[in-house]
Design a protein around this ligand. Structure first.
Ligand SMILES: Cc1ncc(COP(=O)(O)O)c(C=O)c1O
Length: 387
């Protein structure tokens, strides 16, 4: 039996066709027809101007620069996220401050955000920007978040790296705030092996990001530069993968959801093991099938499940370690944190690939059920012995 990974690329003939075309026409660099077509298709899907970049991290970095984030600025971010949400704030010399999640969605808690911004306003130091994250394919509750930020004059960027295909009240996650960033990293719901996209409501901002992403070379034949730039543009080869992947995004979303709900169905009699919340305001893609383990009720803890799966050559992983628990951010202010900690200590992500075979998913289910049954029989024998 081969190793079963958490989330792997799922390619088809369409992607191969566009990549082959890039080779046969020799458009192998950071210009070419695949790039134009990928951006046009993404714009059609999301309804906003788009620019294809080398990574989601690059998109967040340039998005924060668009928002004017600079040295010494305070930037808010949910504590429960992957570190790539926050690193770009550090690149710009900004100082992060973390806010806890709500148990309803595991995303940024709008009420805590409101309290925090009111406090900062009283102190006379309003943060520059908020990075709001849509975790594991589920949108944050954007209406109250955007309303609060507008009231306090805080700029908003959506980190939709994990939320390509996610909806909030019928609208694509990543398009609600003025700027959104997506990732096509190798483990994402659709991938370009590595890559990202920035969208913005203002086309001039997207054009500026495209300019910055190519070393900010001024027009004209001389290599003249008036602004600092980056080598952040996506290649035309990878944009070919992106074109093909975008064409099958709806199928991929349907399959990720089916995988998550199949696990939930198979575990429905296991009290103490539950699929992460599915907020009613949106479409949660369940990019990763993520479960919460209540060890006291289930009789088995999260780490025992990860170990048992690993022994069967099945990859699983904990939910993201909150930023306020990271050594890198020791001493950084965090508003609350108990919800993020609970999600982390009890959360497990199970294999979720769209090309996973049913018998492979059955292997995961069987391993989890066997581990839980063993844990329960062990605790029964302990209590029998002590009776
Ligand atoms: C929440 C979050 N933000 C940002 C990123 C960064 O994206 P990339 O890997 O494309 O740089 C990722 C994923 O990798 C992510 O999960």
């Amino acid at each position: 039996m081969s190793r079963l990974y958490l989330s792997v690329p799922h390619m088809g003939e369409g992607e191969l066709g566009y990549v082959t075309e890039a080779f046969s026409t020799n458009w192998l660099s950071t210009v070419g027809p695949n790039l134009e077509a990928f951006e046009a298709a993404f714009t059609a899907r999301m309804g906003l101007p788009s620019v294809a970049l080398a990574s989601g991290t690059a998109a967040i970095h340039l998005g924060l620069r668009l928002l004017g984030v600079g040295p010494g600025d305070e930037v808010i971010c949910p504590s429960l996220t992957f570190i790539a949400s926050v690193n770009p704030a550090l690149y710009l010399g900004a100082r992060p401050v973390f806010i806890d999640s709500t148990p309803d969605s595991w995303n940024l808690d709008p009420a805590l955000l409101d309290d925090f911004l009111s406090k900062r306003r009283r102190e006379g130091r309003v943060p520059r920007a908020l990075i709001v994250v849509h975790l594991y394919g589920q949108s944050a509750d954007m209406d109250p978040i955007l309303e609060t930020c507008a009231r306090h004059g805080v700029a908003v960027l959506e980190d939709a790296a994990e939320a390509v295909g996610t909806l909030y009240k019928g609208r694509p996650a990543g398009t609600l705030a003025p700027i959104g960033a997506y990732s096509f990293n190798g483990n994402k719901i659709i991938t370009t092996s590595g890559g990202g996209m920035l969208v913005a409501h203002d086309k001039a901002q997207v054009d500026l990001v495209r300019f910055w992403s190519q070393q900010a070379r001024d027009p004209g034949i001389a290599y003249e530069h008036t602004q600092m730039g980056y080598n952040y543009r996506m290649s035309n080869v990878l944009a070919g993968m992106g074109r093909g992947q975008l064409e099958v995004l709806d199928q991929r979303v349907a399959r990720r959801r089916a995988v998550a709900f199949a696990y939930a169905e198979a575990f429905k009699d296991l009290e103490g093991l539950s699929l992460m919340p599915q907020a009613s305001y949106g479409l949660h893609t369940n990019w990763l099938s993520t479960f919460s383990v209540d060890a006291a009720t289930l009789g088995t803890d999260r780490d025992a499940l990860i170990k048992a799966l690993a022994a069967e050559d099945i990859e699983s992983r904990p939910v993201w370690k909150p930023m306020h628990l990271q050594p890198l951010f020791a001493g950084v202010e965090c508003v609350g944190g108990a919800v993020a900690e609970r999600c982390f200590f009890n959360g497990i992500c199970l294999p979720s690939s769209t090309n996973m075979r049913d018998d492979d998913q059955a292997r995961v289910i069987e391993t989890v059920r066997r581990t839980v049954a063993r844990g329960r029989s062990r605790s029964r024998s302990v209590s029998d012995a002590s009776a």
